[in-house]
Write a protein that binds this ligand. Structure first.
Ligand SMILES: *Cc1c(COP(=O)(O)O)cnc(C)c1O
Length: 366
């Protein structure tokens, strides 16, 4: 991974000297299943509404800082008041702002790795200590008892449901207990929530847990990763803090217009999500069949739009998929707890079939 030059290391704030820029390790490929994007074509009518909204958007005026039209639409969709919603330039901006507003020196974030690496990264930017409560090494389930035991000593917590890259859920009853145990805010990152059963969302807890923050994004289910639009739902006074510290114009006029049109057209995206869920089952069933046939590949159940697999020499398998098949998946084998693990985004039926064919060719037989 890239490092800062020695000269610049001496110029940045001392606490940033060891920082390593994020490297998505991206190579252009015919089939890109590396970033959990939605690879399905956007519903035609939704796309037409978005295009019309973009065409009608003047570019000379600054954006509405709080994106009030979009915020109202998101609020109506989720059945909350508009003052319970704050949008951001992708979920990432809101994660960063969460750490910036509620973390900081002398504060501790409760984190449950293996999970989204941005949490620890943003914590380091915001000079926030991180207390890692590791997931089970075999099942990747949350260690609920250990999390609850650590929570009173933490100032804020993030749990991911479904989790990236392990695909499992944080049970709603557990999140309720975590909100009670943690003296600060608890964020549940539901970036992949649309791919799970709606009953598993923690949003229903917002009414009883005033320290809960639920994060969403249009990057995954809506297939709009390039648009950069995420949002949080929380108590109005928590949203006030998000509103107060945000870069005022971070969500530009084109993003606001596109996101508003997409959220209005949200029903059109339901069949795409249903299709991805079916394909997830087919992909996982195919991988399990390979394992049953003696291929050295292990998989975990997933409630998201990706599956995690473990196979010997995973880095080599991934390189051969990339170089010989032009299929890009994400290598996690360098990450603690994820030795020999690859994360494969669920693609279109043809893409998933190609993945299964490639795995049958490249994975070792036991
Ligand atoms: C993709 C993702 C996000 C948000 O992504 P944005 O594109 O910045 O909205 C947040 N959390 C997790 C776990 C993700 O995988």
């Amino acid at each position: 991974m890239a490092q800062l030059s020695e000269r610049v290391r001496g110029l940045v704030q001392p606490y940033l000297a060891g920082i390593e820029p994020y490297d998505p390790n991206f190579t252009p490929c015919r089939v890109n299943l590396s970033a959990n994007e939605n690879t399905y074509p956007m519903p035609v009518e939704a796309r037409a509404s978005i295009d019309a909204a973009l065409a009608a958007t003047p570019l000379n005026r600054y954006p509405d800082p709080m994106s009030n039209d979009l915020r109202a639409e998101i609020a109506a969709w989720h059945g909350v008041d508009a003052n319970c919603v704050c949008v951001g330039n992708g979920g990432d901006e809101l994660l960063y702002n969460f750490l910036l507003a509620f973390g900081g020196e002398g504060r501790t974030l409760l984190n449950c790795p293996p999970c989204f690496s941005e949490y620890a990264f943003f914590a380091s930017l915001a000079q926030t200590d991180v207390l890692d409560v590791w997931r089970d090494k075999v099942t990747f389930q949350l260690d609920q008892a250990a999390v609850l035991a650590a929570a009173p000593r933490c100032n804020l917590a993030i749990v991911t449901s479904p989790n990236n890259p392990t695909g499992d859920l944080a049970p709603v009853d557990f999140v309720r207990e975590l909100c009670a145990a943690c003296p600060g805010l608890v964020m549940v990152d539901e970036a992949y929530g649309e791919f799970a059963d709606p009953s598993t969302s923690c949003e229903g807890l917002l009414a009883e847990c005033d320290n809960l923050v639920v994060l969403h994004t249009l990057s995954k289910a809506f297939g709009m990763a390039g648009t950069r639009l995420g949002y949080v739902i929380a108590a109005p006074d928590v949203i006030d803090a998000f509103g107060a510290i945000r870069q005022i114009y971070s969500v530009n006029v084109l993003t606001q217009a596109a996101a508003l049109a997409a959220v209005r057209a949200r029903d059109q995206f339901a069949p795409v999500v249903a299709h991805i869920r079916e394909e997830r089952s087919r992909l996982l069933a195919g991988i399990r069949t390979l394992a049953a046939d003696g291929y050295a590949i292990e998989s975990w159940p997933s409630e998201a739009n990706f599956v995690l697999v473990r196979t010997p020499n995973a880095t080599r398998v991934r390189e051969r998929m990339r170089d010989e098949k032009s299929i890009l998946v994400r290598d996690f084998s360098y990450a603690p707890g994820l030795a020999d693990c690859l994360r494969i985004t669920v693609g279109t039926p043809d893409e998933n079939t190609e993945v299964l064919v490639a795995l049958a060719e490249l994975v070792e037989k036991e």
